[in-house]
Design a protein around this ligand. Structure first.
Ligand code: ADE
Length: 417
């Protein structure tokens, strides 16, 4: 790849390198994959275009892909999540990076810069890169190996394309791998309740926290809010998940009722207008709103902007909106992914799992792309198991294995009462 980049400030590179160093020591699974990649070079000469949150953990993934022989270009998958020091460090290491914090206007221009480099594999978080390639880069998709998607929202978009026969490349749903969804979504996003502590330093104990939805991310948010002493109310549209929340001991209410009691509201549903104009009017003075879903559509920020009589920035990443009834609402990170913006994203230990799956999936696509059709594929169970096994090893945790008699027993239908 010809050297090219657009980042905020290359002088931040040494700070970025320290940050990556600290992440790397908490990502031993990915480092083990990197070691094998260095020896085997499974991605020799493969061009990879990535649209990911530009964080220190993403840097560790990029180094690993390069160790496997790939060249990688990177743009941001959210206008506010780029760590400018990490972007600078990556440029200094020779990666083509197109990202800076606050890139609202040229977000898609940066995606185009990545696609111009002819990547054979697209690694995406939210599907903006893959969807843009489908609109304007059909030839690139025809020649390429395939794409891999990191997040629930992106997989949802790609499954719709698959259903409508619109996919022009094989896609691997990295998000849906058990080892990703059950850990990254639950414990990574779940720990994102801390974004409100970082932004506002409020006490959770004794507060009423409303969590919208009860998918893996919301389950984590509810669990962690409860762990901090809050009373948690869950809202749902799916009867099965609502029942699960009830049996897990949460109160379940429609949003219009829950909102009246809320001190804090967390959204992570993948849907739009989960908190909408009619809800803002019913909120108490001081209610805090934090979104942890991929796009900034879950809290209807436009409606809030229109309704509010006054808006002012009161702290870093916190806007205060005063409504005509005098109540003040506090929106974290402009309604964008609150944990990415305020905390730097999921901790490295979590991204160790998710990005190990990404690295192994790139290897899988390189080896197997000739046999794949243009549809959405699951990650193989073997990859999930493998990553879990290595992670346990790196944590020095041993587990049992079945004896021969036990194996025979669980594989046979013959022994009954
Ligand atoms: N998504 C959530 N947390 C992340 C992180 N730390 N790095 C990259 N992508 C993420």
């Amino acid at each position: 790849m010809v050297k090219d980049y657009r980042v905020k400030n290359l002088d931040l590179a040494s700070q970025g390198k320290e940050s990556i160093y600290l992440a790397e020591m908490r990502m031993p699974t990915l480092l083990r994959i990197r070691k094998r990649f260095e020896e085997e070079k499974p991605l020799d000469d493969v061009r990879i275009g990535a649209c990911l949150h530009v964080t220190r953990e993403t840097a560790v993934l990029l180094r690993t892909l390069r160790a496997g022989g790939a060249s990688v270009a990177l743009c941001g998958s959210n206008p506010l999540s780029t760590q400018d020091d990490v972007a600078a460090a990556l440029v200094e290491e020779g990666f083509n990076v197109y990202a800076w914090r606050g890139n609202d206007d040229e977000y898609y221009a940066c995606i185009q810069s990545v696609l111009q480099l002819n990547p054979a594999i697209l690694i995406d978080d939210g599907a903006d890169l893959i969807v843009t390639a489908h609109r304007e880069w059909e030839n690139l998709l025809k020649k390429g190996f395939g794409a891999q998607e990191e997040t629930t929202t992106g997989v949802t978009r790609l499954r719709i394309m698959d259903k409508e026969d619109a996919l022009k490349t094989p896609v691997i749903a990295v998000n849906d791998a058990k080892i990703k969804m059950m850990f990254d979504n639950r414990y990574g996003t779940g720990q994102g309740v801390v974004s409100v502590i970082k932004a506002m330093n409020v006490l959770f104990a004794g507060k009423v926290v409303v969590v919208a939805g009860y998918g893996w991310c919301s389950k984590g948010l509810a669990m962690r809010a409860r762990g901090l002493g809050a009373e948690v109310i869950v809202t749902e549209v799916d009867p099965f998940k609502a029942l699960e929340a009830v049996m897990d001991g949460y109160r379940v209410l429609p949003m219009s009722q829950a909102i009246e009691e809320a001190d804090m509201i967390f959204t992570s549903t993948g849907c739009r207008d989960v908190v909408a104009a009619e809800h803002f009017r019913k909120m108490k003075d001081g209610t805090i709103l934090a979104n942890l879903g991929h796009f900034n559509v879950e809290v209807a920020v436009d409606a809030l902007e229109q309704m509010a009589e006054k808006k002012r920035r009161v702290r870093e990443d916190v806007d205060e909106y005063t409504l005509p009834n005098g109540n003040r609402l506090y929106l974290i990170a402009e309604g964008r992914l609150a944990n990415l913006v305020t905390l730097g994203g999921h901790p490295s230990e979590i991204m160790d799992l998710s990005f190990s799956v990404q690295a192994l999936t790139a290897e899988y696509l390189t080896k197997n792309h000739g046999t794949l059709e243009n549809k959405v594929y699951e990650v193989s169970e073997a990859i999930s198991q493998d990553v879990a096994r290595v992670k346990l090893e790196t944590m020095n945790i041993q587990i049992d294995s079945l004896t021969r008699q036990q194996l025979n027993y669980v594989r046979s239908f013959k022994v009954g009462t």
